[in-house]
Every structure is written in C-alpha cells, then in structure tokens.
Design a protein. Structure first.
Length: 119
C-alpha cells in the first residue's frame, strides 16, 4: 500500500487516496523507456536498475509516495481489482468499495507463524 500525494501540494499523505501497488520485474529495455518517458532522460543508478530487475517494484512511486503497508491476505482480490477496466490515470472506471484492516507488527508476525509451513 502506498499513499497517493499527487493532488496534495504539501505532499502530505491522504487517508482516502492510496495505491494497491503491484510491482513487477523490469528489463533493461523497459527501464530505458521509463528513464526517457517518465524521468525525462534522468538516469536510474546501477543499484536501482539491479533492484528493479531482480526484485521488482514501481519506479514512478519512488521518492513521491509513502509505502505504509503490505497486503497479507486477499492478494486474489488485488488481482481482480487490477484486472478492472481503468481510465487514463490507471484508476478503475467505477469506484471499488473496500474495507481495510490494519494489523500491528505483532499480529503480522503471528499470522506469519500460523501460515508458514512447519520446519
């Protein structure tokens, strides 16, 4: 999860605007295109390029958005939302009502213990 801040001049996080961000791995070719189109020719560092190629991510969110969480249950719903028809801003045409429950770090650790295979 990342807080959207484009429409807020102070770049403060918003409680009602957020991304369900699905990162992906990039190739050198797609990173080159990103540098030209989104960064106006500014270059990513070699460490950034390696990270996006091996781990993945969403480069245009870097330095502009606050990542504040991780979806731990319901990834199938994220996939379903991502598959919806979108407008030119990559936002679903129709609003998607949802309930978001925030877990504490301890609750996440307990969830990890329950869902992890035994060793």
């Amino acid at each position: 999860l990342a807080a959207a801040r484009d429409d807020i001049p102070s770049k403060a996080s918003s409680a009602s605007q957020f991304y369900l961000a699905q990162g992906k791995r990039y190739t050198d070719e797609t990173l080159d295109q990103f540098e030209q189109k989104r960064l106006n020719g500014k270059k990513l560092s070699s460490k950034q390029r390696e990270y996006y190629k091996s781990v993945g991510g969403i480069p245009f969110l870097d330095q502009n958005y606050t990542v504040f969480g991780e979806i731990v249950i319901g990834l199938d719903m994220v996939d379903r939302i991502a598959a919806l028809k979108k407008d030119g801003n990559d936002r679903p045409i129709s609003d998607v009502p949802m309930t978001v429950e925030l877990l504490s770090k301890k609750e996440c650790e307990q969830l990890d213990e329950i869902s992890s295979p035994t060793k």
